[in-house]
Design a protein around this ligand. Sequence first.
Ligand SMILES: [Zn+2]
Length: 300
Amino acid sequence: MEAGKFLTWRVGDVSITRVAELGGAPFPSTFMFPEATPELVRRHAWLRPHFAHEDGRLFGSIHSFVIESGKRRIIVDTCVGNDKPRSIDAWNLLQGPFLADLAQAGYAAETIDTVLCTHLHVDHVGWNTRLVNGKWVPTFPNARYLFGRREWEHWSSEEAKHRDGDVMADSVRPIIDAGLAELVDMHHVLTPEVRLEPTPGHTPGHVSVRISSRGEEAVITGDLMHHPLQCAEPDLANNFDVDADAARRTRREFLSRYSNKPALVLGTHFAPPTGGWVVAAEQAWRFEIRPPHPKTPDRR
Ligand SMILES: [Zn+2]
């Protein structure tokens, strides 16, 4: 098994496991951030070696997190998916081993009871469905799929134009048609240990996922940040934010809220080691992969 294929963190009684679909190769920073030159990336030396190449390109990842809380098995975000026509080459008609990897990590699709999409972008809903005999069917037949009500209202509206083929048609509507979807509000509580935290801006109904157990805390970012570079440069424009100003406000609030706290931050597109801590640094923040707090557990 490739090193770092499955990372697991424990937060009190909860476990969180990362199962990756894509990542590894560095990409030009301008793919995400039009103003991020290689020089700007290189200025933040702490990004190397995990999050940036020395030439200034960035490392990222597309992965799911599976949360085990009590008897519940919750998959957070479902990546790009196989067989889907998409405009980004690396995502187009993908044929990847994600479901086999998920099973290998101990989470066969039929054992998942909850699917949660932090938002309805193409790389967060893909494995909601899979292609069987020419039809898109739910990948997780025994799960309730939680979609943000605000998010669904936005993306199902006439004005919303999707840039990546008909994402709603192949990855969201089949779930609604199958009766497996539940539209939830942005403060939804999933279990006594897992709840949503509203972080709008990247998309109108975007949420993060807060995990609290036995006094320990973690949060899954979703796309309020795509890369640790944004801790140091929280105002960087991003190619994928629907409302850039709201996204900046949310990012700054989030970074202040979690800065210098013993709360494990799990980045939805952060390359391995993926989890770390937000610490105040200079005018902004930094993402540290070692706990700044001696009591913060890291029993990976
Ligand atoms: Zn997104």
